[in-house]
Ligand binder design. Structure first.
Ligand SMILES: CC(C)(COP(=O)(O)OP(=O)(O)OC[C@H]1O[C@@H](n2cnc3c(N)ncnc32)[C@H](O)[C@@H]1OP(=O)(O)O)[C@@H](O)C(=O)NCCC(=O)NCCS
Length: 197
């Protein structure tokens, strides 16, 4: 599914862009975007323990493109949140030259819309609450859940796509997505993991 949008946030900088499913051809551009946004430390994050070796949820790896250039990325992953099935959102990144034009918002809204269409009931993430609160993500929904590593608790947020889906959710959050085809970790990943060890 693809759609073309014109950013309505800044008339002086109307930005025609396309949101579409990520393809194999987007992988290098996506990794460059993530390296620029988060640096090599991204591989040492606790959320990476829920993503590594797994494929993203079906239909929930999206890119935003301006012309031929991939300028935004979002992916969602299957996790088991205690006894509840959920998605993990992230990473989300927009190229620094194209920020504050609504691309991040469009990627999130489209991702959540697709997640609902596919019957997913809840979404978790670790991120900046002042940004994600506007989409309905709340700390209160994750208080009974534990991530498989250190994290700033106030950044651990949840959203119910189906009301009540996270009520009473307790326990460890574990990866539950399909195994990805194996590939050699990048040099950046090696370096970050050895620093984190
Ligand atoms: C966060 C990010 C994806 C937002 O993308 P974007 O396309 O600029 O976002 P939007 O245009 O939809 O929204 C911009 C608004 O979000 C706010 N915002 C952006 N990042 C924010 C943050 N970390 N915390 C709080 N507000 C934030 C902007 O100030 C702006 O506010 P306004 O609408 O009141 O002017 C982008 O800044 C980015 O890639 N950052 C680096 C990676 C990152 O931090 N990813 C998210 C992990 S928390």
């Amino acid at each position: 599914m693809t759609y073309v949008c014109h950013s309505d946030f800044h008339d002086h900088a109307a930005l025609p862009f396309v949101l579409r499913d990520e393809t194999r051809a987007d992988v290098s551009a996506r990794e460059r975007l993530l390296d620029a946004a988060f640096g090599p430390e991204r591989f040492a994050k606790t959320c990476e323990r829920l993503r590594e070796g797994r494929a993203p949820a079906s239909g929930l790896a999206l890119v935003a493109c301006v012309g031929d250039e991939c300028v935004g990325t979002i992916r969602f992953w299957h996790v088991q949140a205690g006894e509840r099935a959920a998605l993990l959102l992230g990473p989300l990144a927009v190229d620094a030259r194209h920020r504050a034009l609504g691309l991040g918002r469009k990627l999130i809204v489209e991702g959540l819309f697709r997640a609902m269409q596919r019957g997913h009931k809840a979404v978790l993430l670790v991120g900046d609450a002042p940004y994600y609160n506007r989409f309905g993500f709340e700390r209160a929904l994750t208080r009974g859940l534990v991530l498989p590593g250190p994290v700033d608790d106030e950044r651990f947020l949840g959203l119910e796509l189906d009301p009540g889906a996270l009520v009473g959710a307790r326990g460890l959050v574990r990866p539950s997505g399909a195994r990805a085809a194996s590939r050699r970790p990048s040099c950046m990943a090696d370096a970050a993991l050895s620093r984190a060890a």
